[in-house]
Unconditional design. Structure first.
Length: 173
């Protein structure tokens, strides 16, 4: 006589079928979802606020950049002169110039490092402001057009869901 209780194998098949049916139902419920994508790379490259931030940073750091370039040129000139003169100057003078050159090079390296750190910090501050403004615009567009989700930066996004142009248009007003 067969047992009326289901076997383990038949329970497993039933569980798999139930899982498949629930997955199909979940996919069907999501078919009406509206999804969009925005390219932050394009925003940071093409949006007026991003361009303004770049110009602001350029103006803020151009003098320090020029000073560093001048110092690098001065260092190169001193090093070239030392190389040229090293055969004809006394050992003590050569050592003195080498120490001065090394000290100047350390100062240059320190200033260059500080410049990069300051520049990166300011760039990050300005990009954060642009990103905050961009996110507000994206939220407004998502609310107005009933998007369920908007992705920023993806490995791949189909052109039909890309709303970057709409965001750029709103940012460039």
């Amino acid at each position: 006589m067969k047992s009326l209780t289901p076997s383990f194998a038949s329970l497993r098949v039933a569980a798999v079928l139930a899982l498949c049916l629930s997955s199909v139902t979940a996919v069907h419920a999501q078919e009406g979802s509206k999804i969009a994508f925005v390219s932050n790379e394009r925003i940071f490259r093409e949006a007026a606020p991003a361009k303004a931030a770049d110009a602001k940073i350029q103006a803020e750091f151009s003098k320090r950049d020029k000073d560093l370039q001048d110092l690098a040129a001065r260092l190169k000139g001193i090093a070239d002169k030392l190389d040229k003169d090293s055969a004809v100057i006394p050992e003590s003078e050569r050592l003195k110039r080498q120490r001065e050159l090394a000290d100047l090079d350390k100062d240059f390296q320190r200033k260059q490092r500080e410049f990069r750190e300051d520049l990166n910090q300011r760039r990050n501050e300005e990009l954060a402001i642009v990103l905050e403004r961009t996110n507000k615009v994206i939220k407004q567009i998502a609310d107005a057009e009933n998007y369920d989700i908007v992705f920023q930066d993806a490995v791949y996004a189909n052109k039909r869901i890309d709303i970057t142009d709409k965001v750029l248009k709103a940012l460039n007003k």
